[in-house]
Each structure stands twice: as C-alpha cells, then as structure tokens.
Design a binder for this molecule. Structure first.
Ligand SMILES: [Ca+2]
Ligand SMILES: [Ca+2]
Ligand SMILES: [Ca+2]
Length: 434
C-alpha cells in the first residue's frame, strides 16, 4: 500500500505513522490492528507538503507514466497540465514536494539529474522552473524539507556536508542560500550524521518557530530570526532528555499554537509568542489523559483542530486563543483527521474503521455545530480524503484506491456532493522522494 513511495524515503513513513498514531490512539486501543491500513493515508499534517495553492492553481506531484513530476490544475480537465519534467534520469522522477510560496515563485524540493535532491523554484511555467542552489555539490542531495516562507526568505531543513540536517534559508538566489544555524554539534566536533533535524517549521512574522532535537534535551521548541545567535530553544517543555515533540503548528494573531507533551506525559494544546516566558500550555483539554491536538488550521477568528475530549472521543474543536474560548465545535460519529480552510469554510475528512472495509467522509463547516455537515461519503480499503488544499476557491484532495493497485486520485470539490469529482486528466498523486 505504500507502493507509490520511494522505498528509501524512510523519514516520510516514520513521520506519518507517528502522526497517525496520535490521531488514532482511541481506535488502536480497541485492538483493531489498524496500523498497516493507516500507512497509506498520508502524513498527518500533509496540507502544505504535497500540494499548494499558487497563482490560483493547485500544484502537486503527480505521475507522468512512472515519473513523479510537477503538475498544476485549476480544477478542469482543460486547465490541468504537467508543468515540467525536471528529472530526465532518475527512475522515479524528480518527486517535487515541500512546497512554499515566496513572492512570484513557488519553492520546493526536487531531485534533478546530476545534482541530487535540492531546492528548486518555479514561476509556474516549465521554462521558469530552475534549481536555486546545489547545496551539497554534485549528485548527493541536501534533501530539503519543511520549506516555509517567513519574512523575505524561505526557511527549510537540509543536510549539509559534515553538519547533518540543520536550519537553512534562501531568498531565491544561490548566493542568498545559506545555513542559518548548526544547532546540534557533536561533542568534540567532527562529522555529524544527524544534526538537529528541524521539523514543523511555522512562520511567526519574519521569525520561524520549529522543533529540533539535541542530545540531552530531546526534541523541543525553537525560534530563529535568521541568524545563528538568534536561533535558540524556547523551553525544555519535557524536562531533560525526553521530548515534548512539538508539532501540528499554526500561526494565529502573533502567536503559534501547537501540540506538545509536558514532563508529566500529558499531551495538550500549547502556545508561544516566540519568547521563553510566552511559551505555555493553553488548556488541559482532557483532564482524564492527553487530548493530543492535531491538524491545527486557522479560519477567521479561531484556530480549528481535532482533540480527544473527556469522553475519550476525538472531535472537532476550536480556540479563540484563550483557555475559556477553547471549546468543542462538534462531537462526530467518525474520527476527524485532515483539516484545511478557505476564508469562510473549513473542510475536513473523517474515517470510521471496520475490518470489512472502512468508510470516510468529506465535511464542510462554517465553524458552528449546526453548520458542520458532510459533503459526501467514500468507501474502500483506505478511502480517507487526504492532502486537502484550497486553490482557486475550490477544494483539492486525494483519495486512494487502496489494494495492490493503490493510486491517489486527485479530486476537486465546490463544497457540494454533485460538485465533488475526480479532476479529469490529472496525474495521480505521488509522494515526493526525500
Ligand atoms: Ca547536490
Ligand atoms: Ca526535553
Ligand atoms: Ca490532559
């Protein structure tokens, strides 16, 4: 079921399995043995990794024959096309992924002939798609991940020679692409295979909030202003070598909201304003255990997310940024997984498992209990709509067919059952190699 992925991209698989474990703690506790069937549903917070809105079009990595390359669509068959075959040599194609928009360009990671996996950018045309910098010179790649626009730069995690995976940034020029900080340095110096492996980068104004891991502290919350001296851990939320694993981040009104595990082991909703003193738990949503918030998504005056309440069920929640204003929107008959928003509509997908075949639903919500409704149902071995992205005022998402011929078909929706259909002529979605 993970046949669409590069077998070598172990980080992707580890990442999404970890995320899904968070979401489906309840289901797994019931002993349904669902771990394998979940593996094909995609990264837990996939909305800006495998597709993006750029110049009112949906951009994603799709198959052209057996090659995974860059596609774009306005939702119609006529308006759907391959942007460029970047790679002309590698068996699996260039595998574009990790999209971020800065100015008039879309930045992403892709594997090009002779340069390996590096940062590329496009103006949306084939001719205007170019390598930004060959960070690790030659065929070995720096494997950029988590590309995120903050201020006048795109920040990302990449593997540099001898320093492991650390925080970099680019302004779009080769000369303007550089290491921000070598956060993890092995005792006694020398070669570093791992680095701090920054992840979950999120812009807070011109700064970037992210998680990184160093020996003795575990994976914790960091901030960077783009300088080495201005890159630091905000708080050792899980004290000592244990990890708080901050993730599922969303920026809202000058703060970043995220999920983190405290030293007690309780995983709840946290907030930071980018200072140590301003990093704190917002609310103990579940007083009976961890609420494990996921899929934080901003719409209007609230951040929406999924969380497990005191009833032990994962529902749709929202916060206005205060503890008192953190409330359940709706308790659902199925488990909500992926969220995305347009200006006034929240879209999300949910799934109910059964050993005889699962059922998934696509929902829309105006943020009220009454205004939270299903759009349509999907069935099959692994039918959950994933990689939700809003572009050109439409919702784009993938649904896999499951089984041995598993393919991620690209769908488009206007929010109605009748207006939810496969995009004609679209290359089926592929997860970029890393
Ligand atoms: Ca290279
Ligand atoms: Ca720690
Ligand atoms: Ca709790």
């Amino acid at each position: 079921m993970i046949s669409d992925r590069d077998p070598g991209s172990s980080y992707v698989d580890t990442f999404h399995l970890a995320g899904l474990r968070t979401v489906f703690t309840g289901a797994l506790a019931l002993g349904l043995g669902l771990t394998l069937s979940l593996a094909a549903t995609g990264p837990a917070n996939a909305t800006d990794r495998d597709g993006i809105n750029f110049k009112k079009r949906y951009f994603w990595a799709g198959y052209t024959g057996t090659k995974c390359e860059l596609w774009s669509s306005n939702g119609t068959g006529k308006g759907t096309k391959l942007v460029k075959k970047i790679d002309s040599g590698m068996a699996g194609g260039s595998g574009p992924r990790e999209f971020a928009v800065l100015g008039n360009y879309l930045y992403f990671a892709a594997s090009g002939t002779g340069v390996g996996r590096e940062v590329y950018r496009t103006d949306g045309t084939g001719k205007g798609t170019k390598l930004v910098k060959d960070i690790v010179s030659g065929i070995y790649g720096s494997s950029p991940q988590y590309l995120t626009k903050a201020g006048k730069h795109v920040y990302f995690a990449a593997r540099g020679t001898d320093i492991g995976i650390e925080l970099w940034r680019t302004n779009g020029t080769g000369a303007g692409t550089s290491l921000v900080a070598d956060i993890e340095q092995p005792e006694g110096g020398g070669h570093d295979d791992y680095g701090s492996s920054p992840s979950d980068l999120t812009a807070l104004g011109s700064k970037v909030i992210f998680s990184a891991s160093v020996e003795g502290k575990g994976r914790e919350l960091y901030v960077s202003n783009g300088t080495s001296g201005g890159t630091k851990m905000l708080q050792d939320i899980y004290a000592g070598s244990g990890s708080s694993d901050p993730d599922e981040m969303a920026a809202f009104k000058g703060k970043v909201y995220f999920a983190a595990t405290a030293t007690s082991g309780d995983r709840e909703l946290w907030v930071t304003n980018g200072t140590a003193a301003g990093t704190k738990r917002l609310k103990n949503i579940s007083t009976k255990g961890s609420s494990s918030p996921t899929a934080l998504t901003v719409m209007g005056k609230h951040v929406y997310f999924t969380a497990v309440g005191n009833n032990g069920k994962r529902g749709l929640w929202r916060t206005d940024g205060t503890a008192k204003g953190t409330k359940l929107v709706k308790s659902l008959p199925s488990t909500p997984v992926y969220l995305v928003s347009s200006a006034k509509t929240l879209y999300f997908s949910s799934m109910k498992f059964s050993t005889s075949g699962s059922t998934a639903w696509l929902w829309k919500s105006d943020g009220t209990k009454k205004g939270t409704k299903t759009i349509r149902k999907f069935t099959g071995s692994n039918p959950i709509p994933h990689n939700l992205v809003v572009a050109n005022s439409k919702l784009f998402f993938w649904v896999s067919t499951g089984g041995s011929k598993n393919k991620n078909h690209v769908w488009v929706s206007n929010g109605t059952k009748k207006g939810t259909k496969k995009v004609p002529g679209a290359g089926t979605g592929c997860y970029g190699v890393s």
